[in-house]
Ligand binder design. Sequence first.
Ligand SMILES: [Fe+2]
Length: 204
Amino acid sequence: MARSPALAAFVGLMGDALADALPASHAGHRTGQRMRQALSRPATAGFHLQPHSLPVCAHLPAALQTLREAPLPQARHWADAIAALVPALAWQRSERAGSQAFHAGHANTQVVGPQGLEQRSDLVLGASLLAPHTVYPDHSHPPEEIYRVLSDGDWYRAETGWTTPGIGGSVHHPPGILHAMRAGPRPLLAVWCLWVGDAGAPSA
Ligand SMILES: [Fe+2]
């Protein structure tokens, strides 16, 4: 299918991010390359959820404004690409267990994937938003995952503890590793890609 200009811009930025997210010596480097190569080939359009917003999405404009003002070459392009996609996005709450504050304070959306604007099963590309002071609790999943961080916020991995990658940073989660994230006084915004291959459809 032909990608819309907004989708093409978003996928292009993510492809570039995945290509340089991890150094060549990193265990996840090859996965980033595979993701980017897969994304270079548009898949067919298919079933897509109706656009849907959640109350937590009221924090998205502030997150995008902070991103737009960040001193990084791609920051404004990311903000513009996400803003252009927003009218088509279906934001959903995770079904995983968590506090009431977590469920009220987070949203995920698939941009590419089984429920994405572009339907495919080899990977899932999406975004997550956390309201200020919200914790996305410990979780793990079989697919390997690479994030591009687009806001302030902290990230947890079982073997490294909490870190703060900052806007433009990258986070890699090997298959099955326990991880979490939390927003400070500002919303947390991040985009992510899960490499599914033949493992089946995951959740972020
Ligand atoms: Fe995850």
